[in-house]
Design a protein around this ligand. Structure first.
Ligand code: PLP
Length: 402
């Protein structure tokens, strides 16, 4: 028998102790149909050709690997930003939705359902549905609809139906529950496009593979910039973990490359208003997978909190739960305030307004130790246009002259 690489998913969908497919009986045929077909479909020459062509001509890949020279000088390292903020629709999410819409078409599905937090995944899904002429329904927490209004308007402009999720904290977890319920009720004609490396197998592996174009590009871009394909560290924010999984993917089996993940601490890890899953969570089952999640002693999910809608999730994908548990990944968290400061700082130091999510990864340079001159790649997962309403509120507090 062939031995699998240490961080590759197993036949049953496990990364170490985490993963699997814990789905209600009614969803089993759909998840099983996907599991049987995804690797085979993704390997078809025609599939790869169309996927690569759309990434190039529609998404705008490869995205630049930009050496942030002023920040590099400040931190004494060579800091490269992987510019996923320059993808069509403003974030890395579209790499995955392009892949999944092609899967849906190969499976003969006519309708798409999705969940969204910050609205970036919803916009990316509505975009590819428009591109392929498929019907699109997006569930979004009512609270998120209010704080990410420009993205709600974009989805509607693109022809999608946006349905508010009104349970719980009215954020991403609740939207995911509603989208899964919708899929259970429409199993035959509908494909569910999950937006991160979460959910039942094969979603975490399928999404990671689509997003792995990020680290594929980083390797070849670093080679021409620095003479080596390997950086000393790769950093990314983690909500569910898809931009991190994509940025880490082709470095997972390179032990010399540090993998640094940053979660949202909200108002602070011990305040009761946080989304720092590895710091606060325990193993359990969330949205169809065994992973680490924030829960009470009797297993009720704890409502997460983060100023950034894309990180406001009580769990992480099973790959990240395993990277954390086995020690391959280094996990940190940044508070709302630290992320806001980092967003203003990047805007004024490098002329790039980042998404609030990405700003979390930029906020931890005061506590990660690098050696002088280390090559560090940070995945700038998205741009800040959608967050301008939030940033504007803090412009006097954090945006003033020093
Ligand atoms: C959705 C989103 C995230 C968080 O999702 P991951 O699956 O953890 O990548 C991060 N950054 C941006 C810009 C997003 O839109």
């Amino acid at each position: 028998m062939e031995t699998k690489a240490a961080f590759e998913v197993s036949e049953q969908g496990y990364y170490g102790d985490f993963g699997g497919a814990f789905v209600p009986e009614m969803l089993y045929p759909n998840v099983e149909e996907l599991r049987r077909n995804y690797l085979h479909l993704m390997d078809l020459p025609g599939f790869q050709l169309e996927f690569r062509k759309l990434l190039r001509d529609f998404v705008g890949r490869p995205t630049p690997l930009y050496e942030a020279s002023r920040l590099s000088e400040r931190y004494g390292i060579r800091l490269f930003l992987k510019r996923e903020d320059l993808c069509h629709t403003g974030a890395h999410k579209i790499n995955n939705t392009i892949g999944q819409i092609l899967i849906a078409r190969h499976l003969g599905k006519k309708k798409i359902v999705a969940e969204t937090g910050a609205g970036q995944h919803g916009v990316a899904t509505a975009t590819v549905c428009a591109l392929m002429g498929l019907e699109c329904i997006v569930y979004m927490g009512k609270h998120d609809m209010e704080r990410q209004k420009p993205n709600v308007d974009r989805m509607r402009m693109l022809g999608a139906k946006v349905v508010p999720a009104t349970c719980g904290s009215q954020t991403l977890k609740d939207a995911t529950n509603e989208a899964m319920r919708h899929w259970i009720n429409h199993p035959d004609d509908t494909h569910y496009i999950i937006g991160s490396v979460v959910g039942p197998h094969p979603y975490p592996d399928m999404v990671a593979r689509f997003q792995s174009v990020i680290s594929e590009e980083i390797r070849s871009q670093l080679l021409s910039e620095t003479g080596s394909e390997l950086p000393h560290a790769v950093m990314a924010c983690v909500g569910g973990g898809s931009n991190a999984a994509g940025a880490f993917f082709h470095f997972l089996e390179e032990p010399a490359v540090r993998l640094v993940a940053v979660e949202a601490a909200g108002k602070g890890i011990d305040t009761g208003f946080s989304a720092a899953t590895t710091a606060l969570g325990k193993p359990g089952i969330l949205h169809g997978a065994k992973t680490i999640l924030m829960q009470t002693d009797d297993g009720q999910i704890v409502e997460p909190f983060s100023i950034s809608a894309g990180l406001d999730y009580p769990g992480i994908g099973p790959l990240h739960a395993w990277l954390y548990t086995c020690g391959r990944g280094e996990f940190y968290s940044a508070t709302d305030e630290e992320a806001l400061r980092a967003a203003f700082d990047l805007s004024r130091t490098e002329g790039i307004i980042p998404a609030l999510e990405s700003a979390h990864a930029l906020a931890i340079f005061d506590r990660v130790r690098f050696n002088p001159g280390d090559t560090v790649v940070l995945c700038l997962s998205g741009r800040g246009d959608k967050d301008l309403g939030t940033y504007t509120k803090y412009i006097d507090a954090f945006g003033g002259e020093d």
